[in-house]
Design a protein around this ligand. Structure first.
Ligand SMILES: Cc1ncc(COP(=O)(O)O)c(C=O)c1O
Length: 283
């Protein structure tokens, strides 16, 4: 069965899916997206992802938004039609094809949904931990949205690649560190978990929320507050969260070893707890 895609309400093989050249997503990156992990044929936390997308689209004044129920039904259908068991589902919403290229005019949004069978991070990376590099945060203050206007993010990904790192962490010139290019950032210090406050510099990650709740349920104190670069370097543990990454330990930042250089016990127990709760092998 070939992988399938929805373009608006039409289901087609992914290789045949097309959007018009005048679509503002193509022309301007006037568009938002979500990525949901697929586990045993189900999109994990789909209602939370769809709600975040529609909320951001409303704030950016997209018109004629489809309902959450419509999007969720299409997500389920495209997974089923593609016979996908493990991987992820990608959902993109653009402002649509405007009659005049140069005006932000009200058009019907374009909705694209397709699947991919990437299983997530390499088990060796999860076991041994990741290296990251910090980069200046030169995104245009849209950290609270998952926009596809991705040139600053791509430049940061290239820096990570050039430094043979798994991810890049955005660092403000005042010393605060925010998040990675596609993951939220946590540190563990003296048994307490800290994560930067969600807002213009930090996406309110779905996994971030779930991991904070799991940690609190395990009796671990969790605080959302600014984190500065020196705290990151001096942390006992550092980890990243994201829908497909789940929880990935960080063992090196800008070449400095974190903790004892191994993925720490809090990171491991949170990853295990998340998998146990949301991605069980059976049940
Ligand atoms: C910039 C950024 N921060 C955080 C995340 C993690 O968000 P979520 O847990 O909702 O996948 C992502 C996901 O791609 C992201 O792009």
């Amino acid at each position: 069965m070939p992988f399938m895609a929805y373009v608006n309400d039409v289901l087609v093989p992914l290789s045949e899916a097309r959007v018009p050249v005048l679509d503002r997503g193509f022309l301007f990156g006037d568009s938002l997206f979500e990525v949901m992990k697929v586990h045993r044929g189900r999109a994990i936390h789909a209602p939370e992802h769809v709600a975040r997308l529609l909320d951001a689209a409303g704030q950016m004044r997209f018109n004629d938004l489809p309902g959450a129920d419509v999007l969720q039904a299409r997500i389920e259908r495209v997974i089923r039609a593609s016979e996908l068991v493990t991987g992820y589902v990608y959902l993109q919403l653009t402002r649509g094809a405007a009659p005049q290229r140069s005006r932000v005019s009200s058009t019907r949004p374009t909705v694209v949904i397709f699947v991919d069978d990437s299983p997530g991070p390499d088990p060796a990376l999860v076991e041994n931990g990741a290296s990251v590099v910090t980069v200046p945060d030169d995104r245009a203050l849209f950290g609270q949205f998952k926009t596809t206007s991705a040139m600053p993010r791509i430049a940061s990904e290239l820096t990570a690649m050039d430094n043979e790192c798994y991810e890049a962490i955005y660092k403000h010139k005042d010393g605060r560190v925010f998040e990675a290019t596609a993951a939220n950032l946590f540190i563990v210090k003296c048994g307490r978990i800290l994560t930067p406050v969600a807002g213009r510099h930090v996406l309110a990650g779905v996994t971030r929320d779930k991991v904070m709740a799991l940690a609190r349920g395990m009796g671990i104190e969790v605080k959302e507050r600014h984190i500065i670069y020196d705290e990151l370097l001096e942390a006992d543990e550092v980890f990243l969260t994201g829908s497909v990454k789940i929880v990935v330990g960080v063992v090196s930042v800008d070449g400095h070893r974190i903790g004892d250089g191994h993925v720490g016990p809090v990171t491991r127990s949170l990853r295990d707890a998340y998998i146990g709760q949301f991605l069980p092998e059976q049940g």
